[in-house]
Design a protein. Structure first.
Length: 454
């Protein structure tokens, strides 16, 4: 095989599009080690680490690198061209304006948008968010790796204008029933969520859907908003917005990390609202959701379990959990630790694992590699994984995982986080996972407790 490396000037695609494109290329048997990403310093270094000789660039180009046999190089380049062209969707700006805006701020102003979704490399996200704020829109910053000083500055600037900054690293948002990012499909209803935890909010959504209760808004704030460094600036604005919404009856707060001073501040703010506020603890999201539903005058039915895990040899040993959801990993770790179980819980969606590669909710390649290692490790007694559904996630994660799960010779437990309306077909996911021999739970806490007691 030979290396093909090029920098293309004047070509831009957002990070999610490029992650999905790279995933498609990685499934082609004639292409090895593909990288299609904006030529940021970080991505250039990653390409060099992968052994590519990368030419100097300005940082604004599109980096394309892959390995293939010489006779198919041109064919592979044509495939990349086709995928890039296919990813160009017509926009409101293309269809309704006489010119194409040259900035996010201009687009927001011309289109009179209320919300601007930002998904660019982290070092550029703050600049784009400033433009969105100055145009009078609420920015949703999907990008991660944004400096915390920039986040604080953005949120202070937005607060002065009565705007809500959602993010950075904001994975899940639902606005009046419309999902952005990694969002589950659920009818609008009487509950509004403040979320500093993407998969934590998705677990709440899955359980609410199981209870037949809709959720109108999920205001994702990014994982750092409720730390004392940020001080819950967006959370306070979000609470006021949900309190002013006549369609919201109960407000829930889900957060992976809460600073002590910020919690006191938010509890004081919540006490002055006209609607009840329920904290959903990340140590037991299922019990917290039951409390949220109870305050809303609903009840959480028994949480379903499908296909008891096949009893396999090597029934003793440590628990290994391989997660795509950070909050789900935190919850599993807390439950395992409280039980005294020897456990290795890994959040494969953490920044150190997603630099230069798609998030495991999009692409299970890294998790498949780890599962193969686990299948050969005789010290492992049980395996725990999460499968998160919804828009933005892999179109068929169970199909990607089932063979690897079936090869594992110890009991396997899966927390399947999704709703009946999700595009992956919930029942199909359950069937594939149980056929692989896994015990499937709608509740991550339930799955972890089952894995711990084996």
């Amino acid at each position: 095989m030979i290396d093909h490396v090029e920098l293309r000037a004047g070509v831009y695609r957002d990070s999610v599009t490029l992650m999905l494109l790279t995933r498609t290329l990685s499934q082609d048997n004639e292409i090895s080690d593909p990288i299609v990403a904006m030529a940021t310093t970080l991505n250039m270094e990653l390409a060099k680490t992968a052994g590519y000789e990368v030419p100097e660039g300005s940082g604004g180009e599109l980096l394309i690198a892959f390995r293939a046999e010489e006779e198919v190089i041109s064919q592979c380049v044509q495939l990349i061209d086709d995928l890039l062209n296919r990813s160009r969707q017509s926009t409101v700006a293309d269809e309704t304006l006489n010119h194409r805006p040259r900035s996010l701020g201009r687009l927001a102003t011309d289109s009179q948008s209320d919300v601007a979704l930002i998904s660019v490399p982290g070092e550029h996200a703050a600049y784009q968010a400033v433009e969105a704020i100055e145009a009078g829109t609420h920015p949703v910053i999907f990008s991660d790796n944004v400096a915390i000083k920039n986040e604080l500055s953005l949120k202070k600037q937005a607060r002065e204008l009565g705007l809500l900054v959602m993010g950075p690293d904001c994975g899940t948002v639902i606005l009046d029933g419309v999902g952005l990012g990694f969002a589950n499909v659920i009818p609008a209803g009487p509950i509004g969520l403040i979320s500093a935890s993407g998969t934590g909010a998705q677990q709440v959504l899955a359980l609410c859907d199981h209870a037949g209760v809709g959720v109108r808004h999920v205001l994702g704030l990014g994982g750092r908003d409720l730390t004392d460094e940020i001080g819950g600036i967006s959370a306070q604005i979000g609470l006021a917005m949900l309190d002013d919404d006549p369609t919201v009856e109960v407000i829930g707060i889900v957060a992976k990390e809460v600073g002590p001073a910020t919690r006191l501040l938010l509890e004081d703010a919540a006490s002055k609202l006209s609607k009840p506020v329920v904290w959903v603890p990340t140590g037991d999201l299922t019990n917290g959701t039951a409390q949220l539903l109870e305050v809303a005058s609903f009840e959480l039915p028994p949480v379903p379990i499908w296909g008891p895990a096949i009893e396999r040899p090597n029934g003793s040993g440590r628990l290994v959990g391989l997660f795509s959801g950070g909050t789900l990993a935190v919850e599993a770790q807390a439950i395992a630790q409280a039980s005294g179980c020897e456990a290795e819980i890994v959040d494969l969606g953490a920044d150190e694992y997603t630099v230069g590669r798609p998030h495991p909710m999009i692409d299970n390649t890294l998790r498949l590699e780890r599962l193969a290692e686990v299948s050969r490790d005789e010290t492992v007694g049980t395996v725990l994984v999460d499968v998160v559904l919804g828009h933005g996630a892999s179109p068929d994660p169970a199909a990607e995982l089932k063979d690897a799960l079936g090869d594992i010779s110890v009991p396997v437990f899966v927390s399947l986080i999704g709703t009946n309306g999700d595009p992956q077909n919930f029942d199909s996911q359950v069937n594939q996972l149980t056929q692989a021999g896994a015990e499937v739970h709608l509740s991550n806490a339930s799955a972890t407790k089952a894995a711990v007691i084996r």
